[in-house]
Design a protein around this ligand. Structure first.
Ligand SMILES: NC(=O)c1ccc[n+]([C@@H]2O[C@H](COP(=O)([O-])OP(=O)(O)OC[C@H]3O[C@@H](n4cnc5c(N)ncnc54)[C@H](OP(=O)(O)O)[C@@H]3O)[C@@H](O)[C@H]2O)c1
Length: 216
């Protein structure tokens, strides 16, 4: 039986390349999308399926999307405005990059625990790292630092056979990263594909960039 994966924000950027890579690895992949028409088109293009999944409000996954062996919490938002202004969209940042990953882990973990196998990848950022100075505009670094904390806590509770890690993709040429970034979306996706398909003796509760462990 093919293993199943759910990749949020899988319609473009790094998420699309992680989804494409997991299809190539032989997984049955579902991309979480906000726009179903566009999502179905992208899904067909990469050999995946699409599921409606807007993470700015409470997530209600259909049962088939809960029964996955691999969850990639990739969707993200970045607002440039100062933290203590409404335009920083603090709530939306925290909803998409912390609350939704929490709810998705909670929804998918029971199946992984029954299967005795799970891989969860939280796409974070160096801007969420205290060791790297906690950077980024507005609420971005705060949400990513909290996602890192969730990674450690969830890895501690997940149980046998389930590996939960965070990663920084590097600076990647996407709508978020901009055209001057040094990495292609494929290069940004590589660590995510690796963590989503880790061998049974692979790490859990760690933070990676370019397949190397980095400090929180
Ligand atoms: N690019 C970089 O240099 C860089 C660096 C460090 C970390 N990251 C992280 O890498 C991840 C992917 O970023 P990217 O560069 O690929 O960004 P991107 O091209 O801007 O894509 C962001 C994705 O998130 C989805 N998304 C945003 N809000 C959502 C919501 N409310 N519900 C569901 N999906 C939502 C978007 O869907 P729509 O198409 O519907 O908007 C899109 O698929 C993010 O977590 C980001 O923080 C990126």
């Amino acid at each position: 039986m093919k293993r199943r994966a759910l990749v949020t924000g899988g319609n473009r950027g790094i998420g699309k390349e992680i989804a494409r890579g997991l299809v190539t690895e032989g997984l049955d992949v579902m991309i979480g999308v906000r726009d179903m028409d566009m999502g179905v088109e992208v899904a067909e293009d990469i050999g995946a399926k699409a599921a409606l999944c807007d993470l700015a409000s409470s997530v209600s996954l259909p049962p088939h999307a809960r029964d996955v062996h691999v969850l990639v919490n990739n969707a993200g938002v970045l607002f440039e405005e100062p933290l203590f202004t409404p335009a920083a969209r603090f709530d939306e940042s925290v909803d998409v990059m912390l609350r939704a990953p929490y709810e998705l882990i909670r929804a998918t973990l029971p199946f992984m625990q029954r299967e005795g196998y799970g891989r969860i990848v939280n796409v974070s950022s160096g801007w969420g790292s205290f060791a790297e100075g906690l950077g980024g505009p507005g609420a971005y670094g705060i949400a990513k630092a909290a996602l890192n904390a969730l990674t450690v806590a969830a890895a501690g509770e997940a149980g046998a056979g389930i590996k939960i890690n965070a990663m920084c993709p590097g600076w990647v040429r996407t709508r978020m990263g901009g055209a001057s970034a040094n990495l292609s979306p494929e290069e940004g996706a590589d660590t995510g594909i690796w963590l989503a398909t880790l061998a049974d003796d692979g790490p859990s509760g760690k933070f990676f960039r370019r397949r190397k462990e980095i400090d929180w």
